[in-house]
Design a protein around this ligand. Structure first.
Ligand code: KG4
Ligand code: ZN
Length: 365
């Protein structure tokens, strides 16, 4: 193939049905994201309903993306879909559909990891969003702090020990009688509140921690969530729930963002790299973006996608697939979806240059 490939990226890992047609690295010729509002009724994603809705809509979503792009399925060079992690029934719909479309045309199929796709979200819109960078990936299912010296080499520094950051926003939203998805609702309400109204804990941020202690890097949101629950009970008991819930939202958001930004800054200090990428749904949070920018300072860079490309979408899947395809990572015909797919290229080992004495201790490495 001499011209740049046209990639179809399909995303169905949770409650968005999305398809994108990407030509080369950045020409997003078609992109459709259909959110399933049915889950609002239940206050969270119902896996069985999510899978059903994907099945009912995937034909129309892919057709719409193709027609925006002015191409047909036969013009697609590389077919790609999110293969995991995510809700297995939901993943199987997008994977099965796309893999079959590739197979029928004897074209390559790329099985994309959802969180690697989030890493590639910002670069679709901004060609500077290239490694090296420290990445904070925060979604409804994951919170990962990763050092990315180059695409495909991912060093895991920290992760959540309990709830994901987005999950914490969603749970706090429920406590505050806000609709699902909770993140945007909490963030909107927080605009009207006082972030200093309630002094909530900043878990896992002790000055006594050292880089060798996993707690230095990991995050935990369950203690913060419990503190919010107590606060919500108090304002209910005092009969001031309506008046004060914006203050709770603002105070919670400030605590969660403080922890995320501080942990990310620890990685910036370790690596000496003042380039930060925010990915995943929580990267749409305005306070997170602005606090991160403030802390990194004018000499640094903070990359994040537009809100549309921060949430689950087919464009990031197509872009990650292009990278994998160019590396020859084409899936075998019997590839299947996996709710716990391992992150390709992710290691918990740090590069030698960040381990004290490693260079002198093991010159052969
Ligand atoms: O990446 P994503 O769209 O789906 C998953 O892979 O999970 O992330 C969804 C998560 C939800 O938990 C949602 O509440 C959260 O991202 N989220 C936000 C904001 N927008 C979405 N959290 C905080 N502030 C936001 N503005
Ligand atoms: Zn996601």
């Amino acid at each position: 193939m001499t011209r740049v490939p046209i990639v179809l990226g399909v995303e169905t890992s949770c409650d968005e049905t999305s398809a994108a047609v990407l030509e080369g690295e950045r020409d997003l010729r078609g992109h459709v994201i259909l959110s399933q509002d049915v889950h609002e009724i239940f206050g969270g994603v119902v896996p069985e309903l999510a899978a059903r809705h994907h099945l009912q809509r995937i034909d129309a979503v892919v057709d719409a993306a193709l027609s925006q792009a002015g191409v047909g399925l036969d013009d697609i060079d590389v077919f790609a879909a999110t293969a995991g992690p995510g809700l297995i029934g939901a993943l199987l719909v997008g994977m099965g559909w796309t893999r079959a479309a590739a197979w029928a045309r004897d074209r390559p199929f790329v099985a994309v990891h959802h969180m690697e796709a989030h890493l590639f979200g910002p670069v679709v819109e901004d060609s500077d969003a290239e490694p090296p960078f420290v990445a904070l990936l925060a979604s409804g299912g994951h919170t990962l702090l990763i050092w990315v010296p180059e695409w495909g080499r991912y060093h895991l520094l920290g992760q959540t020990r309990d709830d994901a950051a987005g999950e914490a926003f969603d749970k706090v939203a429920k406590m505050l009688d806000l609709p699902y998805p909770g993140g945007p609702a909490v963030a909107d309400l927080a605009e009207d509140g006082d972030a200093d109204a309630f002094r909530l804990p900043r878990p896992m941020l002790s000055a006594a921690q050292t880089r060798e202690d996993p707690g230095y890097w990991d995050v935990s949101f369950s203690g913060l969530k419990t503190a919010v629950l107590h606060t919500v009970r108090e304002i209910h008991d005092d009969g001031v729930f309506e008046e004060r819930r914006a203050d709770v939202a603002a105070s919670f958001q400030a605590a969660a963002v403080d922890v995320l930004v501080e942990k990310t800054m620890r990685a910036v200090d370790l690596t000496g790299c003042r380039r930060v990428l925010l990915g995943g749904g929580v990267a749409a949070n305005r306070r997170l973006r602005s606090q991160m920018r403030e802390r990194i300072g004018p000499e640094g860079r903070v990359f994040h996608a537009s809100p549309r490309l921060s949430m689950d979408n087919g464009a990031m899947v197509a872009r990650a697939a292009l990278f994998r395809y160019e590396r020859g990572d084409v899936a075998p015909p019997d590839v299947s979806a996996s709710s716990s797919m391992p992150f390709p290229g992710l290691t918990e080992a740090l590069p030698d240059e960040f381990i004290p004495d490693a260079r002198t201790a093991s010159p052969s490495r």
